[in-house]
Design a protein around this ligand. Sequence first.
Ligand code: HEC
Length: 222
Amino acid sequence: MKLTFALLLAPIAAFAFGGWAVVTVDDLPEYVVTGRAVEIPFSVRQHGVTLLSNLTPRVTMRAGGSESVASVRAGSQPGHYIATWTAPRADYWSIRIHSGFRDSENSLLPLRVVAAGAPAPRSMPDVERGQKLFFAKGCVTCHMRGDAGVDGMKIGPELTGKRYVPDYVATFLDDPDSSPLSKATSTSARMPKLDLKQREIASLVAFLNSEGQVAGVHRQWR
Ligand code: HEC
């Protein structure tokens, strides 16, 4: 009896007491323009759940050997921050957000910067936007999907090759706790609510469903 209890507790303990956080970009621009200050708001949640205020995050951008630093200030809501950055030149800039909480950070897929006066780029296809969001929202901190998330904590199920019923997974991403999908897995960890917008959810679902076979999970939903 005692042993069973200990075994049950072990994964919960590992999940609950680790010093790690999920960095979520609240609003990800599709592209930015050189010489014009842009705000990139983000939030930091310990274990993906508890919003962490009073941190000193650092946000750095890199492209072709040069590095550029954004200024960061606290946002008006707890655990929210705003990075302000003026892109020095047109390129694809990699963004790294150090949360300031232990060594937890998020490395985003490159952000496109176009020269001032250049024509606006065409709007990104949903699948591509979804892939960018899969990094920017911090999904990669807990999930692997192909190459994405290999450096993460791997707390959530691997999503490589899985497909989902769109409406069903959209509801789940909006509010995981209210969805039976969250109870379908045997892990003690739970998928956090990351305050995603409907438009972001649509892109994430397009990305999640862009490859592979219908996952076993699909069958559990009936
Ligand atoms: C703090 C860690 C964490 C983060 C961040 C996270 N997830 Fe999860 N996710 C989980 C866990 C744990 C589960 C399994 C338990 C559950 O379903 O609640 C899960 C379940 C899922 C499932 C269902 C998987 C299946 O086949 O059963 C999908 C799809 C999913 N997450 C997508 C996402 C997406 C997209 C993001 C980013 C917007 C994200 N997750 C962010 C931890 C996380």
